[in-house]
Design a protein around this ligand. Structure first.
Ligand SMILES: C[S@@+](CC[C@H](N)C(=O)[O-])C[C@H]1O[C@@H](n2cnc3c(N)ncnc32)[C@H](O)[C@@H]1O
Length: 633
C-alpha cells in the first residue's frame, strides 16, 4: 500500500536512497521483491516509530478518589471492574502480565482513520494529508493487536467495529495478527437517513469483524418448536415436514432423478428436474458402502416419508392422453413456482402411462429429537429494532441507529460530551451472543465507556457477573493539556450509570456497579528500586492473583487474595507491629498458611520463624519487574 500525498512528516527516504550505490540499490530491490507475499504490506520500516513503544516498566496505581464503590459493597471488598487511564499500548502491556489468556471478549471500536484528525500518532493528530497516514494507522493497531491477542482465552473472541472504507485494510491486518482465526463479519445499518456522500452513493453501514480462538462459538438462540407438531401421534415425538429435494438438477445428479413410489397407496410422484430427490433409490445403488445416508426405500420403510393424504390423482391410460394433459398444463407442478413436473422432454414418458400419479409433494418427516442442534446460529446481518420479520433459522442481532449512543451520553452526562459513541443496545446484543455470565470483557478503545454500560445492563438482565476492563486515553494535547476524557467522560459515565441516573436504578456490586480507576506509571528499570512501591504492588498483585484491585486497609498488612487455604498478603513495612499482625493472621482469619510479599522477604521470614510461624515470603521488586521487560516491540 502506498500513501499518495507527500505532506506530513516522513523520514527522508529519498535522500537515504540517493546515497546508496547501484549494487546496494539492487540488493535492496531484491530484498523488497523477496518480501512480497499474500496479504497486507505497509511501510513499517519507513514510518517513524510509535513513541508509545518503550522499554519502561508499566505499573498500575489505584486512584480511589476517581474509583466508584457500590452502595452495597463491603468495605474490604475488592474492585472487579477496571478503568485504566493512559495509552492503551501501556495498558495492554500491563494486562499481558495480569490477564494473559483470561479475556473472553475483546470488543474495540478503534479510531477509523477518517482523516478528520480522529487519532493521535506520536502525540500528533493524523490528518487526511499525512503521507504515511494509512501505514501509521496500521502500525499503531498492529502493535496493540499483537499484545491483545495474548489476552484472549482459548475460547475468546475479538470483535472489531470498522467503517466500510477501512474494513479491507483492517481485515487483512487481523488476518496477519490472528492467522486462521477469522470467523466472519457482521453488517450494521447505522442510520435510516441518507449520509451526505457524493456520486449518489449513501454509505449507511458499518462492520463488526469477528476473530475467535478455537474454543469460541456464539451463543445463538434456542430453536423454537413452533413448527414441530404431532398430528399422527408419532411415538418419536413432534415433527416437521421438510422438503425431500436437493438443489441439484437432473443432469448434475442423474441417479437422484427417478419416479418415487408410495407403496401403501400405490401412487407415483414425478421428480422435479431442477431439484432432484435427496436420497438415492435402491434400484440405482451399485455400492451401498458409498452411500452417505439411508436409501429412499429405507426411509419409506421407517415411515420417515410423508406422502400426501389428500391430493388430486390422475391416471393417463395412453401416451396421447398424457401428452394432451402436458399441453394443457394439467400435470403435477412444483409447489412454489408451479413449474410442470412432466413435460414433453421428460425422459421415458411411457413409464407414467397407466399408473396413478399423485399431484401433491412428498415430504421428509424431520423429528425434533433428531435435529443435530437445537440452537439457531447467529446470522451476519444486524437487523434494526424496528424490523418485523421473524427469522426461523437464524438468530438476528438487533441494533438501533448510531444516534442512540449520542442520546445516551446526553441523558447520562447532560451534554454531548463525546462524539460518535456506539449504541449501548448494539454492544449489549453483541455481548449477549459472545459471552457467558462470568466472563471478562475488555475494550481498549473505550472512549465514552459504552461497553462498560452494556456489561452492567446484561448482568442485570441475566443475573450475570461479567466484569469489564475499559482503557481510554485522556485525549490531552498541547492545546488542551487538561483534557481527560477517561476520567471526565468514561469514568464519570460509569459512575452515574452504576449509581443510577435520571430516575433509573443503579447496579449492585454483584452486577458490577463499581470500578477501580487506575493510572499507569512508566519507570525505567534502573529507577524501579527507588520509584516503585506498595502503591504499585497492591493493585499489580491483586490483578495478577485475583484479577481484581484490593481495597486498601489501614495499617501495614494488605490482603491481596485467598487461594484455597492460603491468604496472600502484602506487608508494606516490616516492623514489630506488622510482624505481630502477620504472626496472628492465620489463626484470626481461619487459614492454614500465609504467603507474604514485602521489600525484605528474608528478614520477614526469619522474624516470623522466630515466632514459630511458617510463611512463604517473596520479594516485592521481583514482582514489580516480572513480565514487564521487553516492551519494545
Ligand atoms: C471511536 S472511539 C470509541 C468510542 C466508543 N466505542 C464509545 O462508544 O464511546 C475511539 C477512542 O479511542 C481512543 N484512543 C485513541 N487512541 C488511543 C490510545 N492509544 N489509547 C487509548 N485510547 C485511545 C480515542 O480517544 C477515542 O476515544
Amino acid at each position: 500500500m502506498s500513501n499518495a500525498s507527500s505532506k506530513g512528516n516522513p523520514p527522508n527516504l529519498l535522500a537515504r536512497l540517493e546515497a546508496l550505490s547501484a549494487s546496494e540499490l539492487r540488493r535492496l530491490l531484491v530484498e523488497h521483491l523477496g518480501k512480497r507475499k499474500l496479504g497486507l504490506y505497509w511501510e513499517s520500516d519507513a514510518i517513524a516509530r510509535d513513541a508509545a513503544l518503550n522499554a519502561d516498566i508499566v505499573l498500575p496505581r489505584h486512584q480511589p478518589t476517581h474509583s466508584h464503590r457500590a452502595a452495597d459493597m463491603a468495605a474490604d471488598a475488592p474492585h472487579r471492574n477496571l478503568i485504566i487511564e493512559g495509552d492503551n499500548f501501556d495498558a495492554l502491556r500491563l494486562l499481558r502480565t495480569t490477564h494473559a489468556g483470561r479475556i473472553r471478549v475483546i470488543y474495540i471500536d478503534p479510531p477509523y482513520n477518517t482523516g478528520n484528525k480522529d487519532w493521535v500518532y506520536n502525540d500528533r493528530y493524523v490528518g487526511a494529508n499525512d503521507r504515511w497516514r494509512h501505514s501509521q494507522w496500521l502500525e499503531f493497531l498492529y502493535r496493540r493487536l499483537t499484545l491483545a491477542r495474548d489476552l484472549l482465552a482459548p475460547d475468546g473472541v475479538l470483535l472489531v467495529s470498522i467503517n466500510d472504507e477501512n474494513r479491507a485494510k483492517l481485515e487483512l491486518l487481523l488476518d496477519e495478527v490472528l492467522p486462521g482465526r477469522r470467523i466472519g463479519s457482521l453488517v450494521w445499518r447505522t442510520r435510516d437517513t441518507t449520509s451526505a456522500k457524493d456520486r449518489n452513493f449513501s454509505d449507511v453501514h458499518e462492520h463488526v469483524l469477528v476473530y475467535g480462538n478455537e474454543g469460541f462459538a456464539f451463543n445463538g438462540s434456542e430453536k423454537t418448536q413452533r413448527k414441530y407438531k404431532n398430528p399422527d401421534k408419532d411415538p418419536r415425538g413432534p415433527w416437521n415436514g421438510d422438503p425431500l429435494t436437493l438443489a441439484f438438477d437432473r443432469f448434475d445428479r442423474p441417479n437422484l432423478y427417478y419416479p418415487l413410489h408410495d407403496p401403501i397407496r400405490d401412487r407415483w410422484y414425478p421428480c422435479d428436474p431442477n431439484r432432484v430427490w435427496a436420497y438415492a433409490t435402491e434400484d440405482r445403488v451399485t455400492d451401498s458402502s458409498s452411500l452417505q445416508s439411508e436409501t429412499m426405500e429405507e426411509w419409506v420403510r421407517r415411515e420417515k416419508i410423508i406422502f400426501p393424504d389428500e391430493e388430486e390423482t390422475r391416471v393417463w391410460n395412453t401416451l396421447d392422453d398424457l401428452l394432451a394433459a402436458i399441453d394443457a398444463g394439467d400435470v403435477p407442478v412444483t409447489p412454489k413456482r408451479k413449474r410442470p413436473l412432466l413435460t414433453r422432454d421428460t425422459p421415458d414418458l411411457d413409464f407414467w402411462v397407466g399408473k396413478t400419479i399423485g399431484f401433491g409433494r412428498p415430504l421428509f418427516k424431520k423429528h425434533w429429537k433428531d435435529l443435530r442442534s437445537h440452537t439457531n446460529p447467529l446470522g451476519s446481518w444486524i437487523a434494526r429494532l424496528t424490523e418485523t420479520h421473524d427469522d426461523e433459522d437464524f438468530t438476528s442481532l438487533r441494533s438501533p441507529q448510531a444516534g442512540e449512543g449520542t442520546e445516551m451520553i446526553q441523558e447520562v452526562l447532560g451534554s454531548k460530551a463525546f462524539q460518535y459513541p456506539k449504541p449501548p443496545t448494539l454492544i449489549r446484543n453483541l455481548l449477549r451472543q459472545a459471552t457467558t455470565p462470568n466472563d471478562i470483557i475488555l475494550d481498549f478503545f473505550a472512549g465514552s465507556g459504552t461497553t462498560g454500560q452494556a456489561v452492567l445492563e446484561l448482568n442485570a438482565e441475566d443475573d450475570g457477573a461479567r466484569r469489564y476492563i475499559l482503557c481510554s486515553s485522556t485525549e490531552a494535547t498541547a492545546k488542551e493539556p487538561d483534557k481527560n476524557i477517561c476520567r471526565d467522560v468514561c469514568a464519570e459515565r460509569m459512575r452515574r450509570v452504576s449509581a443510577g441516573y435520571a430516575g433509573k436504578p443503579g447496579f449492585t456490586a454483584a452486577q458490577g456497579g463499581e470500578f477501580a480507576y487506575l493510572t499507569l506509571d512508566k519507570l525505567p528499570p534502573a529507577d524501579l528500586p527507588f520509584e516503585a512501591g506498595p502503591q504499585h504492588a497492591l493493585p499489580l498483585l491483586g490483578l495478577r492473583l485475583a484479577h481484581s484491585v484490593p481495597a486498601e486497609r489501614p495499617g501495614p498488612v494488605q490482603h491481596i487474595a485467598r487461594a484455597g487455604d492460603c491468604d496472600v498478603l502484602l506487608c508494606t513495612q516490616v516492623d514489630a507491629h506488622s510482624i505481630d499482625m502477620l504472626a496472628g493472621w492465620a489463626a484470626s482469619h481461619d487459614v492454614a498458611r500465609i504467603a507474604i510479599y514485602s521489600e525484605r522477604p528474608e528478614s520477614l521470614a526469619e522474624a516470623l520463624s522466630a515466632r514459630g510461624v511458617e510463611a512463604t515470603c517473596y520479594g516485592l521488586l521481583d514482582v514489580l519487574r516480572q513480565g514487564q521487560a521487553g516492551g519494545r516491540a
